[in-house]
Ligand binder design. Structure first.
Ligand code: FAD
Length: 285
């Protein structure tokens, strides 16, 4: 008899808290369609400095009311220990047992003097463990193309390792379109003794202008051939979506074939692009 020790792949999805009541109504229409795909959990982003605190709470509470496994993000920069403790207690009371623990970036206007009690995400991971033991499965962020503020890839890897040593259970990556960057990063992690699952973050391509802006801000490279093709479509949204779908589908296939432990989809609160990828990848099977 043979027994497989390969852990089951984890496919998850991410939402952001809408800013308006109308946005929340729309999201409530989209969530059941995404949930029908069978994701392992929904994560919900959180604005550093508490800028989306109430929206994140409302979105998380609604997901929980639907019986959906939820992983709130928690960005610690700009917060005090007391504030973070209160948020963790609030989630713990709702039966939430998974978190995405981040440093975050302070919104412009909140000066350096407001950085609060935490400097880096590893401090948040340690704090969660110190205050709540093993109550939460902790996901952290990873950067296959390296964090834009990191001094060097080696330094960034050391800092990533600090989060793992502080007790992170798994990582979700920043989105990328170079599969080799992911495989190279995972390889460096293995050589550095990091063994937690590193799940690729997948950003569907639906709007070139928005994607280019996000990518500049977060340090993701859009390979030249993809950029040129997307630019070439101009306002032709249908062609952008069709080409973007093929690019991301190919990326996901390569990642799965190469042994990625799952995929985490940045849905941008829309079910359509993720549902199409999910179906064609056969992730519900
Ligand atoms: P850290 O791991 O603390 O790293 C930040 C930088 O500091 C890196 O350059 C690192 O090399 C360096 N560093 C880390 N530790 C040390 C140390 N001990 N000493 C010296 N240098 C160190 N942002 C939000 O505001 N809300 C969200 O909900 C959110 N969700 C995200 C989800 C995912 C999956 C990802 C990949 C990113 C997300 N972000 C979110 C963005 C994230 O907050 C930013 O990328 C932020 O700049 C870094 O956060 P971090 O947790 O990776 O920070």
């Amino acid at each position: 008899m043979t027994t497989s020790t390969t852990p089951k792949r984890v496919y998850s999805v991410e939402l952001f808290p809408p800013k308006t009541a109308e946005g929340m109504d729309k999201l409530k229409q989209e969530i059941p369609k995404i949930n029908a795909l069978g994701p392992a959990y929904f994560s919900v982003t959180y604005g550093a400095g508490g800028s989306t605190r109430e929206g994140t709470f409302e979105t998380v509470a609604w997901l929980r009311s639907q019986g959906i496994d939820t992983a709130p993000h928690l960005a610690c920069i700009g917060s005090t220990r007391a504030q973070v403790r209160e948020i963790l207690a609030h989630y713990h009371e709702q039966g939430i047992n998974r978190l995405v623990a981040l440093r975050g970036d302070l919104p412009s206007g909140m000066g350096a003097g407001n950085s609060g009690d935490f400097r880096y995400a590893n401090e948040l991971v340690s704090f969660v463990h110190a205050e709540f033991g093993g109550a939460f499965v902790i996901e952290v962020a990873a950067y296959p193309e390296y964090h834009p503020q990191s001094g060097s890839p080696a330094r960034d890897l050391e800092n990533f390792k600090r989060k793992v040593e502080a007790g992170a259970d798994a990582a979700i990556t920043q989105y990328f379109y170079n599969a080799d960057a992911y495989f190279g990063f995972v390889d460096s992690c293995q050589k550095a003794g990091i063994t937690i699952p590193i799940v690729p973050g997948i950003m569907p391509i639906t709007n070139y202008t928005q994607l280019a802006r996000f990518s500049d801000a977060c340090g993701t490279e859009i390979p030249r051939w993809i950029r040129r093709r997307l630019e070439g479509y101009g306002d032709d949204v249908e062609s952008i979506r069709a080409f973007g779908h093929e690019v991301v589908l190919g990326l996901c296939r390569r990642l799965i074939d190469g042994g990625a432990p799952g995929l985490h989809f940045y849905t941008m609160n829309q079910s359509g692009p993720v549902a199409r990828l999910w179906r064609e990848l056969g992730l519900s099977d």
